[in-house]
Design a protein around this ligand. Sequence first.
Ligand code: MV4
Length: 458
Amino acid sequence: MFNKVLIANRGEIALRVLRACQELGIKTVAIYSQADEDSLHVQFADEAYCIGEAPAAKSYLNIPKVMSIAVMAKVDAIHPGYGFLAENPDFARICEEHHIKFIGPSAEIIEKMGDKATAKKTMDALGVPVIKGTDGTVSDIELIKQWAKLTGFPVIIKATAGGGGKGMRVVRSESELESQLEMARTEAQAAFSNDGVYLEKYLENPRHIEFQVLADEHGNVVHIGERECSVQRRHQKLLEEAPSIVMTDETREKMGSVVLKAIRKIGYTGAGTIELLCDGDHNFYFMEMNTRIQVEHTVSEMISGIDLVKEQIKVAAGHPLSFTQDDIKLTGHAIECRINAENPDLDFRPSPGTIEGYIAPGGPGVRIDSHAYPGYTIPPFYDSLVGKLVVWGANRQEAIERTKRALAEYGITGIDTTIGFHQWLLEQPDFVDGNISTNFLTEHPYQPPVLPTTGPTP
Ligand code: MV4
C-alpha cells in the first residue's frame, strides 16, 4: 500500500479522500491556497503546505507547484479529487514521469475520453449504444446539411473538447444550422482552443443516468449500478439519487454487462463513470465518460456499502479488487442534496462569506460530507459547495421523508444556501412520482416560499 498520498484538492472532496487514506493507514499531505488556510483538510492532514494565492490558476491548477510539494514531501501517489487537475492528461503524464502514482486511469485514457467525439467512436466500436450522429467531428457545411436533413431536426451541435454542456447548440430548422454551427465553433475555440464539433439527433426530454465502474490493474471490472442525475440547473447537478426509478434489474444487468465489456476492452483502471442519456422509451445511449471520482459517488456508496474512494486508492496501489460483480448487492435508495452557498430566491446568486452558526443533521441513514464548521469562511474563488447531505432509506419514499427531516434539522446561518430549494423540490408531485428529466427545473421553476421557512437557529 502507499505510504504517503498528496491530496491535490480542497473542500469536501479533500476531506473525503483524507478520510479514506486515514482508514487505510496512509499518511496524508494537504496543499492549500492562501484562501484556504482555515480549511478542515489542512487541519486534518499529517502535513500541509500553502502553494500559492487564491486563484486556482496560481494554486490548485499550478502543476509545477503541486509537483514540487509532492517530490519534496516524498509522496508515493497523488489523489486529484474532482475538478482542477483530475482530468488533465498532462498532469497524469507528469506524475508518471516522476514515478508518483496518479490515482486515476492512464494519461492516454484520460486524453481519449476527454475528446468526446473520439470517446463516442470508441464506445460505438465496442458495442455500447450511441445516439445517431455524424461520424466524428465535421466541418463541411454541405455534408452537415445533408446529414441533418436525413436525420431530421432537431439536432444538437457538441464541441468535441466540451462536456458538461459547454459549446452546445440545439438546432431546430435548417435555416439556423449554418449560423449555429459558426457560433458553436467560435465558442468552442474560445473555451477549449479546439473548434472541433460533431452533431447528434437531439433527444427532447432525456434523463441523465450514469453507471459507476471500478477496474483494477489485473483485468477485473465491476459496476456499482447507476445514479439518476437529471435534476440539474444550467448543467450543475443539484440532487442525485440511486438507483434510478426507470432502471429495471434486467436492464441494469444488460447495460451493466455492455458497459463492463467496453471498460475492460479499453484497459481502463480506477474509478470511472459512464454517462448515459435515457429517452422516453427507456433506451440508453452513451454520452461521455468521466475518468474521475465524482461529487455524487456517495449515493452509490450508500446503496452498495462500498467505499469507492478506498477502493480507488487500493486499485491504484496495484491491489486486485476484493469482490466480484456477484458480491455487489444494491440495497434501498439514496439521495444526495448539494448544499451550495447560493441564494435560490435570487436566481442562485453565489453567497460566499462567513458561516456564523452551523448545526449538521444526524440520525438514521444520514451522512454529511462537508468541510464547513461555525466560523468557517466560504471563499469566493471556487465552487460554492458547502456540503453534501446524503441520505439512505429502505426505499425511495423513506429516503425522501428522511431527507426532508434532515433538511429541516440542517441549520446554517451567515450565508444563504440551497437548503430551501431542496425542501421545495422534495414537495413537488412530479419529483415524488419520479417524473424527472434534464428539463425538470425549466418545466417546474423554483418558487420561493411565501413565508420564509425557519430552520434551527444555531
Ligand atoms: C444531449 C441532449 C439531448 N440530445 N444530446 C448536456 C451536457 C452534455 N454532456 C450533453 N448534454 C446533452 N446532450 C442529445 N443528443 C441533452 C443534453 C442536456 C443535458 C444532459 C444531461 C444533463 C443535463 C442536460 C441539460 C441540457 C441538455
